[in-house]
Design a protein around this ligand. Structure first.
Ligand code: HPA
Length: 245
């Protein structure tokens, strides 16, 4: 078992996952968001972790990203597919659309964002030019093609601090910066995976137009409605990815 799925808002469990067992893991960085769930999907073993806990109660800035990733490494995982709800900034990123981002801009702050922080330890600088695993991204993009599912194979993910949504001006700035998507959990998750030498890619599921990109307020009921449609596609995509391996 080498593949893990980290599920975000709207993906607390995977339909069709045959559950084999669960395991709590303690790490030097504290406790992960939830017990790890071992299961089989299309005959392939995988580990599932609910990023916001069970029930969904850990806000993006309070997630123990280090424990979550450390625990996966300890379980023998080598590849991670993260599923993340996002707001859509650029034109193609309409609600319920899926994207496989290739770049990140990090606007988050104050999060425990490295394993290399111990005093007296030699500082290490990981290469993060391409933050996501290209082979994993290619696998997901091919799986989408096999389903005739229209996705965006390139997108820049901007990570904000949350838990509040952004202002319209913040989204305009992010758009000028080149962000296509905005989410709250992509970092430090991706960088910590790289520090542990774990392959990592994200399926971003658009839940809403980002602030100022559509008329009116962004409501939770709107987010939930779009997410349930988008997550159904994300699960199909995961199933196609897994059965292609
Ligand atoms: N902004 C940040 N994170 C999000 C959003 C958003 O609009 N929608 C879902 N996650």
């Amino acid at each position: 078992m080498t593949l893990a799925i980290i599920g975000g808002t709207g993906l607390n469990q995977i339909q069709g996952l045959e559950i084999i067992g669960t395991q709590a893991v303690k790490t030097p960085f504290g406790n992960p968001s939830a017990d790890y769930v071992f299961g089989k999907l299309h005959g392939k073993k995988l580990v599932f972790l609910s990023r916001h806990g069970n029930p969904h109660s850990i806000a993006p800035h309070n997630i123990n990203y280090r424990a979550n990733l450390w625990g996966l490494k300890e379980l023998g995982v080598t590849r991670i597919i993260a599923v993340a709800a996002v707001g859509g900034i650029s034109k193609k990123m309409s609600p319920a659309h899926l994207a496989i981002p290739d770049q990140i801009i990090d606007y988050s702050y104050g999060r425990a964002h490295t394993f290399f922080a111990e005093a007296g330890e030699a500082v290490q600088h990981i290469d993060f030019t391409y933050p996501y695993s290209q082979p994993l991204r290619a696998g997901l993009i091919n799986a989408a093609a096999s389903l005739n599912l229209s996705i965006s194979p390139i997108a820049t993910y901007g990570c904000t601090q949350g838990p509040r949504l952004e202002t319209a001006a913040e989204i305009q700035r992010m758009e000028r910066d080149g962000c296509d998507l905005v989410g709250m959990t992509g970092m430090p998750e991706a960088a910590l995976a790289r520090e542990l030498n774990l392959s990592y890619a994200t399926i971003a599921v658009v839940a809403n137009w980002a602030a100022g990109k559509a008329e009116g307020e962004i409501t939770m009921s709107e987010i939930e409605r779009h997410l349930s449609k988008g997550m159904a596609n994300a699960i199909e995509l995961l199933q196609a990815f897994i059965s292609a391996k």
